[in-house]
Write a protein that binds this ligand. Structure first.
Ligand SMILES: [Zn+2]
Length: 591
């Protein structure tokens, strides 16, 4: 009886041993751009094993097909005997493993895609978003894993991953999703520390530039504190700001306890450009809560094998875009005059983009995978932008809640509540957001969501800005001559990059990609095209000589008063007490 029990216990232990996975990354020849990966998978049950390469990375909702960069795939057992394998789809390698319990997979990845913030290896450094480099198995993806990095030469590693104490360059993650959300910088980057609330923050800079580390630490600290005041806590033990200071660098990506941001090396002495960079820092850091913690339900958990459709990206990206500027104002990087100019620009952009009248914001979120990130030629005319329009709707929603609650609540209150009620493992929907808005706004937001998120109604800028005592007026005359054309200077050629639907240009029969050679017999250069048009009058006809598919064409366009005016935002001269109070609490600035 005793022996039988022991036997049963051993059987149970064997069958319940979970598959484990560990990774080794090396880069022996950086100039070849080839990263070398070795993956050891143990406790495999069954006669075969599927290895999967992620199809996309977090923060960029488009399939990037990382398997396209994989080469020299091989699989062996523990004794280095080769195992047969074949690909069964674009991302999957099927290995016939036989009786062995451990499989070792090796492959190389071509890494020269810096601007995608995915993978790069060259003689200067390596940058690795793990989702673009490492394969996973479905059986081990929820289990703890280890990564060992063998840096080239004297390079070091900076990452948000926790290290395994006592072992150089060995890291651990609780599961593949967390692993995939911790990029690594490997090279001679410079790391600087500062502390907020006793928590270590690291600024890691790859590349030279005219930055001043004391200024960066002082300004980043203000952004961290402003966010901590907003959300109530810092949801990490340690945070890493990775900066790529490189020519032509720009943009950033948020991660679970880090961000990677690109900036041109010599912008730091230019105050406007530097504040633009702080806007990027503010944006990516706000994501630490909004999208890395407060996540759309459809991306809980992430499925790296295919598109993860969600109607809530306008909250993740648009609301973050709204607050990235607002937090800079509240942290005193901007004054209210500058912020009101920013709102005027938001009004201009929203009214100018024809696609806002075609595609609802929820649909723009859902279709990010096939539209926004594909950069389609007719995007301006057919698509709403879930970043830009999402930020515009967020501003309107904020002022609507402040007005209805008589300044007792705001979108700040709603987001903080959402953050507490919908933790990372739960996720939220637009319906959840609407419900919390109603709770704090005190009345139904059904119409608001229907009109501005699920339909394409023009935003009620005049109405909502008046809640804060602000007035929207056209900055210039409504009566100005326009064509609806955007031109592109392609070397010596002036090409049509966009034509707004229902504009004079569209009515005249002009097409995108037409090369305008001359107007009224005189050569056109894109720099002077708009100026020459502006000097004409409504009713004038212009003769345009074109190349279209290498054939000469002549088209006559009749000019009209056409276009959207630029707007100006000013404070009313006769504010009510509530308007003043809303203004002050919204912007954290005196009326
Ligand atoms: Zn973002």
């Amino acid at each position: 009886m005793k022996n039988l029990l022991l036997f049963l216990t051993v059987i149970t232990m064997i069958s319940s041993a979970k598959q484990t996975i560990s990774y080794t990354l090396s880069m022996p020849q950086p100039h070849t751009h080839l990263l070398s990966v070795e993956i050891r998978i143990s406790n495999i049950v069954g006669a075969s094993l599927n290895m999967h390469m992620p199809a996309w990375r977090t923060g960029r909702y488009v399939l990037m097909d990382f398997s396209g960069g994989v080469q020299n795939f091989a699989a062996t057992d523990e004794k280095k005997h080769p195992l047969p394998f074949k690909k069964t789809d674009k991302d999957t390698w099927h290995i016939e493993k036989g009786t062995t319990g451990t499989v070792i997979v090796t492959y190389k990845v071509y890494a020269n895609e810096f601007n995608m913030r995915t993978r790069e290896l060259n003689s200067d450094h390596a940058f690795v978003d793990p989702l673009s480099v490492f394969m996973y198995t479905l059986e081990s993806k929820d289990s703890p894993l280890q990564l060992t990095v063998i840096p080239y030469g004297n390079w070091k590693v900076t990452t948000g991953l926790d290290d395994v104490s006592g072992t150089p360059y060995m890291y651990t993650a609780p599961n593949f999703e967390h692993f995939g959300d911790c990029p690594l910088e490997i090279g001679n980057q410079q790391d600087f520390e500062f502390f907020v609330d006793g928590k270590k923050h690291i600024i890691s800079i790859f590349g030279e530039g005219n930055w001043n580390i004391d200024t960066l630490i002082s300004d980043f600290t203000k952004i961290v504190i402003a966010n901590k005041e907003f959300w109530g806590e810092l949801p990490y033990n340690r945070y890493l700001f990775m900066i790529h200071c490189q020519p032509n660098a720009g943009g950033g990506t948020e991660h679970i306890n880090s961000t990677v941001m690109g900036v041109r090396p010599f912008i730091f002495s230019n105050l406007i450009a530097y504040k633009g960079f702080l806007g990027l820092v503010s944006h990516e850091y706000f994501h630490t809560w909004n999208v890395k913690q407060l996540r759309p339900k459809a991306i809980v958990p992430y499925d790296f094998s295919k598109e993860n459709y969600t109607e809530e990206l306008w909250v993740s990206e648009g609301t973050t875009s709204y607050y990235d500027d607002l937090i800079l104002l509240r942290a005193k990087f901007w004054d209210t005059k500058r912020y009101l100019e920013n709102i005027a620009q938001m009004v201009n952009n929203e009214r100018l983009r024809y696609g806002n009248s075609v595609q609802p914001l929820a649909e723009a979120s859902f279709d990010a995978w096939i539209k926004y990130w594909r950069g389609r030629q007719n995007a301006q005319n057919a698509e709403s932008d879930y970043y830009g329009k999402g930020s515009h709707v967020s501003l309107c929603l904020d002022l609507e809640i402040r007005h209805r609650s008589k300044n007792a609540s705001s979108l700040d209150t709603v987001l903080r509540t959402m953050y507490q009620r919908f933790p990372r493992t739960k996720g939220f929907t637009n319906a959840n957001l609407q419900s919390v808005c109603e709770e704090f706004g005190g009345s139904s937001f059904k119409e608001f969501f229907l009109q501005y998120i699920y339909s394409t109604d023009p935003l009620p800028w005049e109405q909502v800005l008046a809640y804060a005592g602000l007035v929207v007026t056209p900055k210039d005359t409504l009566q100005k001559v326009g064509t609806g054309i955007t031109t592109l200077d392609a070397g010596e050629k002036t090409k049509i990059a966009n034509i707004i639907p229902l504009s004079p240009a569209e009515r005249s029969g002009l097409e995108i990609n037409d090369e305008i050679i001359a107007m009224n017999g005189i050569r056109v250069r894109s720099a002077d095209f708009t100026e020459r048009i502006a000097a004409m009058n409504a009713g004038d006809s212009v003769s345009l000589l074109l190349f279209r598919n290498d054939k000469i064409k002549e088209i006559t366009m009749k000019l009209e008063n056409y276009g959207t005016p630029n707007f100006l935002i000013t404070k009313t001269g006769t504010p009510t007490e509530q308007q003043k109070a809303i203004f002050e609490q919204w912007l954290h600035s005196p009326w």
